[in-house]
Design a protein around this ligand. Structure first.
Ligand SMILES: *Cc1c(COP(=O)(O)O)cnc(C)c1O
Length: 243
């Protein structure tokens, strides 16, 4: 079991390196993020002991449950799940350094208010629904620019880039279109030169499509199953708006 995690990480890292080579990317510019939803802290520890540093949860409850165990092991916590406004207070307790899933102004505004109160700041990515599926979270591509402009006025939030989930299990061509769209939006935002807005991060690509994502400019690829194995819970539990 433990050897499997170590071996899987090696394989994923190899795929990342190979894709970088093929597409003239510097491997230093592509971070591997371990998506750890449903993975027990003991197994996450194994991954961290191999030298991995970046992990992310989807739910504040899981972040909380594993926090104490993992706290003494050096790592960086991001958050990649749908964030409810009533969880904002909680998420600030667990050393999350970047939230990838900011997709609406009221959420950003409430997060800002809480950060002000606690005299903190937070890095955020704007999640974009590049697959145009109703079931997916994320701001629609037509509304991203306005949302970025609005959020840029909240001085506790540092916009660092964009995130998308993209189409799952579809043809490579359609997946690629999602990533190209995110890249295109990134370029549009860069051209606007909005003060305090950085577009250095593109969080896109997962176990099945990280090569395509790297080809299209990903700086963070998020991998779970391909490292930790199948999850007991259906993905809809994490991704469906109605749950
Ligand atoms: C779970 C998850 C991933 C990783 O998915 P796998 O299929 O486990 O590789 C990536 N991004 C987000 C937002 C996730 O919730």
């Amino acid at each position: 079991m433990n050897e499997m995690i170590t071996e899987n990480i090696r394989i994923i890292q190899q795929r990342i390196d190979k894709a970088c080579k093929t597409h003239n990317r510097n491997p230093q510019d592509v971070k591997l993020l371990l998506a750890t939803k449903t993975v027990p802290a003991e197994r996450i520890e194994i991954a961290l002991r191999t030298g991995q540093t970046l992990i992310a949860e989807n739910k504040v409850q899981e972040l909380k449950d594993k926090f104490e165990y993992l706290n003494t092991i050096p790592h960086v916590n991001h958050f990649i799940g749908h964030l409810q406004t009533n969880k904002i207070k909680d998420i600030l307790k667990y050393n999350v350094s970047c939230i990838h899933s900011i997709d609406r102004f009221d959420l950003a505004e409430k997060l800002h208010q809480r950060l002000l109160k606690e005299n903190k700041t937070m890095e955020v990515l704007i999640q974009v629904n590049t697959s145009f599926e109703d079931s997916k979270y994320g701001v629609s591509p037509t509304e991203v620019l306005d949302l970025v402009r609005q959020i840029a006025t909240l001085n506790t939030l540092q916009i660092k880039g964009l995130m998308t989930i993209g189409l799952l299990s579809a043809e490579a061509k359609k997946i690629r279109q999602c990533f190209q769209l995110l890249k295109h939006i990134q370029q549009e935002i860069i051209a606007l030169h909005i003060p305090q807005v950085s577009m250095e991060e593109l969080s896109m690509g997962m176990g099945g499509d990280l090569e395509i994502a790297i080809a299209e400019g990903a700086t963070i690829v998020r991998v779970g199953t391909a490292i930790f194995g199948q999850r007991p819970t259906a993905d809809s539990y994490y991704w469906n708006e109605n749950l």
